[in-house]
Design a protein around this ligand. Structure first.
Ligand SMILES: O=C(O)CCC(=O)C(=O)O
Length: 299
């Protein structure tokens, strides 16, 4: 299981205090407008990534479902097969711009078609333009609030099974998508494997967004004393699914470092892992944890 997990938590070499080569860098959260034409979405994303890199961002995070309208009616039509990279315009664009600018791109999510199944998938490209990881959303979003919102992602998508954390020059990055934020267990698993940063492309709606979006990401950051970055599409009030927006970077004490409203924008903010070390020294939750009373089981 978990073939994307490259760090062995039981390895004595894993030092949770160890920092990557680059401890301070800029991250960009590109809160993109989503159009019904895929080509337009690709062009917009390309421009936003290029501009973020030109402003010094070393890591760019894109939103959930940024190249496809957020509706079960569209997912199959817009889906791409990443195994056939030449047939995937999204794969090619992200790979090319990552290597051209020498940046890491956590490519939000798009519908992936693979062996007759559809997945809500995030691809991560390294600064050499190579695909470094692929994460398929594990917790699908099914909700039914009478008179408010009804959405069943599991009608269309198959759930993924593989937590994904990757070792990069910018630290160990855990990947998850949107509704995955509601499950502290996944964030804890990544923290146990030494993650410095969790990236959540997301597309919360206005119904759950106002109450939960910020609370959840601050909770995941605070519990695990690491950085959490989220990136949403911008709001489209004409669509059937009204997006909350508010792409955010949260620091290891649960503090909001930078955030946005719901319009199209790019948030550029600094990650400084030395703050994570300070927070873990000041409040050593890891040492205070009572594994004799409750134990976190990592299968
Ligand atoms: O968990 C929620 O309340 C919203 C999640 C969501 O919008 C999604 O997973 O697409």
């Amino acid at each position: 299981m978990a073939s994307n997990i490259t760090v062995n938590p039981s390895s004595p070499a894993l030092d949770h205090f160890a920092l990557p080569n680059l401890t301070k860098f800029k991250i960009a959260l590109c809160q993109l407008t989503v159009y019904s034409e895929k080509k337009k979405n690709l062009e917009l994303a390309h421009r936003a990534i290029e501009s973020a890199a030109d402003q010094g961002a070393k890591l760019v995070l894109l939103p959930e479902m940024w190249n496809c309208p957020c509706s079960n009616d569209y997912f199959a039509k817009y889906a791409e097969d990443f195994d056939d990279e030449n047939a995937s315009p999204t794969y090619s664009m992200l790979s090319e711009i990552a290597s051209e600018k020498g940046i890491i791109i956590v490519g939000g999510s798009i519908p992936e078609q693979n062996n007759g199944c559809l997945y809500n998938t995030c691809c991560v490209f390294g600064s050499d333009g190579k695909l470094k990881a692929k994460y398929r959303k594990i917790h699908l979003f099914d909700i039914d609030i009478p008179g408010d919102i009804s959405f069943k992602e599991s009608d269309t998508f198959t759930a993924g099974h593989e937590p994904t954390i990757l070792e990069t020059d910018l630290g160990r990055i855990g990947i998850a998508i949107c509704h995955d934020l509601c499950f502290p267990e996944l964030a804890m698993l990544y923290a146990a494997k030494g993650a410095h940063l969790l990236c959540y492309p997301g597309a919360f709606n206005v119904s759950t967004g106002e109450l939960l979006w910020e609370l959840l990401q601050r909770g995941r950051a605070l519990d695990n004393q690491l950085y959490v970055a989220t990136c949403s599409p911008s709001r489209d009030s004409n669509g059937s699914y009204t997006i909350w927006g508010h792409s955010t970077l949260v620091g290891p004490a649960g503090e909001i470092i930078a955030t946005s409203g719901h319009d199209e924008t790019t948030v550029i903010a600094e990650i400084d892992y030395s703050l994570m070390q300070l927070q873990r020294k000041a409040l050593p939750l890891e040492k205070q944890r009572r594994d004799d009373i409750y134990q976190f089981v990592d299968l």
